[in-house]
Design a protein around this ligand. Structure first.
Ligand code: GDP
Ligand code: MG
Length: 217
């Protein structure tokens, strides 16, 4: 139905990237955003983000993915980074055990500032570095199951599973949000949508109410 992908988006979703410094967050994002990459640097608030338009079923979704500008190094990510985010990609490095050890810390932060019901995909990045692996896939899978997260190993370098990780998150957000939309519509017609040509109007910060079911396979 939509003739111009850019201007006909039905929803805007915010999602965040978290994880220790050096795990590959920025590279994953630039892989995912590819040629549609649009990096808005916001040095004053220490945040960068990229957009990508994705079609999910009959809807066009504009995913706005936030990346830190390195503040994770100083443990200085502010709560505004998480505010309104419906999803998160929580990244660790399969070659550095300590980054996996910190996953719980990040999860805690996500749940504290982003809400219990955020869709979280746990991502073990640098799967290309087989020789230096320090975190077994099964171990991470186990954690994902316990914490009810989606899980995937990726390589930003070789472009393995990157698309899938983001798409899984976005599809899941879409499922939850459409459910929420239906409920909201019944009440007062509140929607989170992009209207007009250039401007983005976030008329409400939609927060999913349903706990995402686990989708690790
Ligand atoms: N081998 C390999 N190196 C990666 C991969 N992803 C990122 N890197 C490297 O890891 C380092 C940190 O990446 P960066 O994206 O800046 O991490 P960030 O601090 O989490 O944003 C850089 O030197 C990247 O080239 C990957 O999938 N495989
Ligand atoms: Mg970075």
């Amino acid at each position: 139905m939509a003739d111009t992908f850019d201007e006909q988006c039905d929803y805007l979703f915010k999602a965040v990237l978290v994880g220790d410094s050096g795990v590959g967050k920025s590279n994953l994002l630039s892989r995912f955003a590819k040629d549609e990459f649009l990096l808005d640097s916001k040095p004053t608030i220490g945040v960068e983000f990229a957009y990508r338009n994705i079609r999910v079923k009959d809807k066009l979704i504009k995913a706005q993915i936030w990346d830190t500008a390195g503040q994770e190094r100083f443990r200085a990510i502010t709560s505004s980074y998480y505010r309104g985010a419906l999803g998160a990609i929580l990244v660790y490095d399969i070659t550095r055990k300590s980054t996996f050890g910190n996953v719980k810390k990040w999860l805690h932060e996500l749940r504290e500032f982003g809400g219990e019901d955020m869709v979280v995909v746990l991502v073990g990045n640098k799967s290309d570095l087989v020789q230096s692996r320090e975190v077994e896939k099964e171990e991470a899978k186990g954690l994902a199951e316990t914490e009810r997260l989606c899980f995937m190993e990726t390589s930003a370098m070789q472009n393995l599973n990157v698309e899938q990780a983001f798409l899984q998150m976005i599809t899941k957000i879409h499922d939850i949000t459409s459910q929420k939309m239906l409920e909201a519509k019944k009440e007062n017609g509140t929607t989170l949508r992009i209207s007009g040509r250039k401007e983005i109007h976030v008329t409400d910060e939609v927060t999913a109410t349903k706990q995402a079911s686990c989708c690790s396979r």
